[in-house]
Design a protein around this ligand. Structure first.
Ligand SMILES: Cc1cc2nc3c(=O)[nH]c(=O)nc-3n(C[C@H](O)[C@H](O)[C@H](O)COP(=O)(O)OP(=O)(O)OC[C@H]3O[C@@H](n4cnc5c(N)ncnc54)[C@H](O)[C@@H]3O)c2cc1C
Length: 457
């Protein structure tokens, strides 16, 4: 009998999932609530509507986003195939003509013989399995409430994210490693000699200059629907720039306090300190502690590069504070995107804690493949750790649940090559070649996986 995959949400993840499962031979029931019921940011009834920028970021293989696209092409992505039919000039990025793009995705899905599109808001979780929930950052309230009993307090409604920086880009001659009072962040583990944090020490003059620029930096506006939502300020921690606005010393007594820290270079306690905490197990990415912010991205780069040691910082993720429904995937999901405690229930898209159109589509593609494989009693397809998709999955399933925050594709998530090239571009090329080769081997070992090749029609 032809298996049936049920999907809720016809955005980037849901359409990819539907396309993948349908092309592998499953029947698909895809529920999308628009146009009958919309979200605060969608404007049309089209599937995979772009709600803001029309850019899918870099298309180059020396950029993690470009490699992720190549991985998706090799798995048979609908979003990329359609995007490449409706490009607009955007330099090295892949950007699309938004309306024809969304219409072509809608046509492809609605004309697919194996897919039935149902325009209806799902207010409860159906008992059908496999089921893919791909309802995105603005999941309807009713469905979020229906998810609560399964997910409990591991369902978040807001992002308050501090910037993340690559290890490679830090000037370690200005930074020292230490925990406050030499205590480790993990109480069960003895403090290492070096400590868990990287510390960027500041003199009084450096702090005052930084403070002045922070205070005067340009902030991103909240969307209107977020401004109307009074809970936003209660649920999120205070942005660093708002803390600064409360007085010249608030930051120095708050997240930038120097107590319990001694700069080994001067032998003295610095005037202020910016602490960086490891953002992944490999220690290739570092998050700025207490620096959740709404500054515009260009301003974050300008102002935060004034911090000693961060002069050339490469930001793989800028700080954001916005409305975003996502689950605590490290607690809930396995690497095939299935709920550990709910066989046959898959999650996909931004709700899993990935961020961005392409990252969301990529997890949808994988969930569609794995929902089909689940029906066929095949083991899930798990992209190798060396791939960008595999590294994103490792991030969303292995990060400490307490520190989990949404993440976009970046090379910092990938393991370092055994013999890393000295040149940064060459190192990127090494990671990119390794990713594509590893994916090809994994696809060959786990058929049916490649959506186009194993297409049933
Ligand atoms: C304001 C805003 C601006 C953004 N700007 C950018 C940007 O510039 N660049 C970028 O890369 N990303 C951006 N994003 C993130 C981007 O929108 C997401 O990464 C991407 O759309 C997520 O794909 P998804 O499939 O998970 O969710 P979506 O694409 O949002 O799709 C989810 C779908 O589920 C439907 N749905 C929700 N609840 C139900 C229900 N109960 N029943 C049936 N259907 C339901 C929704 O109508 C929607 O069509 C932005 C997000 C927001 C909110």
């Amino acid at each position: 009998m032809q298996p049936t995959v049920t999907i809720i949400g016809g955005g980037f993840a849901g359409t990819e999932a539907a396309w993948a499962a349908a092309n592998l031979g499953s029947r698909v029931l895809l529920y999308e609530m628009r146009p009958h019921r919309s979200t605060p940011v969608h404007r049309t009834g089209d599937l995979a509507e772009l709600v803001c920028s029309n850019s899918f970021k870099s298309n180059r293989l020396t950029n993690a986003s470009g490699v992720l696209k190549e991985e998706m092409r090799r798995l048979g992505s609908l979003v990329l195939a359609v995007a490449e039919r409706y490009p607009v000039p955007a330099g090295e990025a892949l950007a699309v003509d938004r309306q024809p793009f969304a219409r072509a995705i809608t046509d492809a899905v609605t004309n697919h013989p194996n897919i039935t599109l149902i325009r209806e808001e799902m207010t409860a979780l159906p008992s059908d399995r496999p089921l893919i929930v791909a309802t995105g950052p603005l999941t309807s309230d009713a469905l979020a409430a229906a998810l609560k009993p399964l997910i409990g307090d591991a369902l978040h409604f807001y992002d308050a994210v501090a910037p993340t920086i690559t290890q490679d880009s830090l000037d370690m001659s200005r930074i020292f490693r230490a925990s406050r009072f030499n205590k480790t962040a993990d109480p069960d583990r003895a403090a290492t000699a070096d400590g868990d944090y990287l510390n960027c020490p500041m003199s009084k003059e450096e702090y005052e200059r930084f403070y002045h620029e922070l205070l005067n930096a340009e902030k991103a506006e909240l969307h209107e629907f977020e401004r109307e939502d009074k809970t936003i300020y209660f649920e999120m921690c205070l942005p660093i720039e708002e803390l600064a606005a409360r007085g010249p010393k608030t930051c120095a007594y708050g997240p930038m306090k120097p107590i319990g820290l001694r700069d080994p270079i001067t032998g003295r306690r610095p005037y202020a300190v910016v602490q960086l905490r490891p953002d992944n197990l490999e220690g290739t990415l570092w998050g700025m502690v207490g620096f959740q912010t709404r500054l515009k991205w260009g301003e974050q780069q300008r102002v935060f590069r004034l911090i000693p040691g961060l002069e050339n910082a490469e930001f793989v993720r800028y700080g954001v504070m916005h409305r975003n429904t996502y689950i605590c995937s490290p607690r809930l999901l396995d690497k095939g995107l299935m709920m550990k405690s709910q066989p046959g229930l898959f999650m996909a898209g931004q709700i899993t804690g990935v961020e961005g159109y392409i990252e969301s589509a990529a997890t949808g593609l994988l969930a569609g493949i794995n929902a089909h494989r689940w029906c066929k009693r095949l083991p899930p397809f798990i992209p190798p750790r060396e791939t960008v998709l595999g590294s994103l999955l490792a991030y969303i399933t292995e990060t400490s649940p307490e520190r989990f925050a949404p993440m976009n594709a970046n090379f910092g998530l990938l393991p370092e090559p055994l013999e890393p090239a000295r040149d940064k571009r060459e190192r990127a090329r090494q990671k990119s070649d390794r990713a594509i080769n590893a994916l090809e081997r994994a696809i060959d070992a786990a058929k049916p996986t490649r959506v186009e090749i194993d297409s049933n029609h």
